[in-house]
Design a protein around this ligand. Structure first.
Ligand code: FA5
Length: 338
């Protein structure tokens, strides 16, 4: 009996030491110390031994069992450690690898151009005023000498919200809002978003305008021409040709549109300028006496000029961009160039 126990212990120890993972080790434990193992059978059969043998064999069985349990524990610990070690080395992160850089944001090209335009006028002594995007029909049209049902309303393809409330089609309504409250001398610019039912390579349904107006005694068309020419020279450089072309706006008389030589084709004619060699960027004129009368400013005493320019058009000309939609698609490959 004793010999058998010694033999089982030797076999069990070798099985324990060669178990290569925790599952195998558990199988070894069940095989040698489990309920139906040879060892348990020996314990069960102790009763059949003589009274002299029983304590000796019993003690041997207990000591062997303790040694095997200790061997199992040691092997278990070393297998757990090895598994941890392997996990650590397989999940190792190389902290010396270069990380993903955080991209720096940039100011949108339209904001850049708007800021540049605003700064030029601020340096000329103008102050900034603002008005609402959702505007009363009165300020967008009637106050600007455009009565209801007058055909000139067709110049602005309007988005209506309800009968007398619209999305403003230009920044000119702010002229009326300011002149209702304040009296000349006035030198004001109005940056803002405007809306029209309009869409092609040079027209967007939402776009930015910068309005400006100067009202004082003895303001002439010469002041208008001088101011806008200086502005355009600062924006486009002294060499690019600019032309003033007679035009019509119900709120100015006389009126002029200002074109800048197309930068894509240098005036030769291309898709962007529709073959004309020129791109229209602003409307302007001397404020109509009817507008002054509506805001209780005496047109006999005061005169003034006003202008409204499209910021997208200026940006397209400055950077040689032939489609207005590029400004609104949020494509980083485009935006990162500015
Ligand atoms: C006006 O909006 C007048 N309020 C301008 C004005 C102000 C005239 C004060 C006289 C006195 P117009 O509709 O032409 O005018 O628009 C002015 C400029 O906005 C155009 O020259 C053009 O540069 C730009 N623009 C017009 N429609 C669009 C559009 N759909 N998308 C982008 N830019 C546009």
């Amino acid at each position: 009996m004793q010999e058998k126990i010694v033999q089982i212990e030797a076999q069990a120890l070798s099985a324990i030491n060669s178990a290569e993972n925790l599952q195998k080790l558990e199988e070894v434990r069940i095989q040698y110390l489990g309920k139906s193992s040879e060892f348990t059978n020996i314990l069960r059969s102790l009763g059949t031994l003589s009274p002299e043998q029983r304590p000796q064999v019993g003690a041997l069985v207990n000591q062997t069992k303790q040694r095997l349990e200790q061997a199992l524990n040691e092997r278990r610990n070393s297998l757990v450690k090895a598994a941890q070690q392997q996990k650590i080395s397989s999940e190792k992160i190389d902290i010396t690898l270069p990380g993903k850089g955080i991209k720096r944001g940039k100011i949108h090209p339209l904001t850049q151009v708007m800021n540049e335009a605003k700064n030029i006028f601020i340096c000329l002594g103008y102050e900034i005023a603002e008005g609402p995007d959702v505007e009363l029909e009165y300020y967008n049209f009637d106050g600007l000498n455009i009565p209801p049902h007058h055909p000139s309303r067709d110049m602005w393809a309007t988005f209506f919200i309800k009968d007398d409330v619209i999305l403003r089609t230009h920044t000119s309504p702010v002229q009326i809002r300011v002149m209702e409250k304040r009296k000349p001398p006035l030198a004001i610019i109005v940056p803002g978003r405007v809306y029209r039912r309009d869409s092609d390579a040079t027209h967007s349904p939402v776009f930015y305008q910068l309005e400006g107006f100067l009202v004082d005694k003895n303001i002439t068309f010469g002041d208008l021409k001088g101011t806008l020419t200086e502005f355009l020279r600062q924006i486009f450089g002294r060499k690019r040709n600019v032309r003033f072309r007679p035009s019509f706006f119900p709120f100015t008389e006389p009126s002029a549109e200002v074109d800048v030589e197309c930068v894509m084709c240098d005036g030769q004619g291309c898709r962007l300028c529709k073959g004309t060699g020129w791109l229209e960027i602003l409307g302007s004129g001397m404020i109509d006496p009817n507008v002054f009368k509506g805001v209780k400013i005496d047109p006999e005493k005061f005169t003034g000029f006003a202008f409204g320019m499209g910021i997208e058009r200026i940006a397209m000309l400055k950077y040689g961009i032939d489609n207005i939609r590029l400004f609104y698609e949020n494509d980083l490959r485009f935006l990162e160039q500015f």
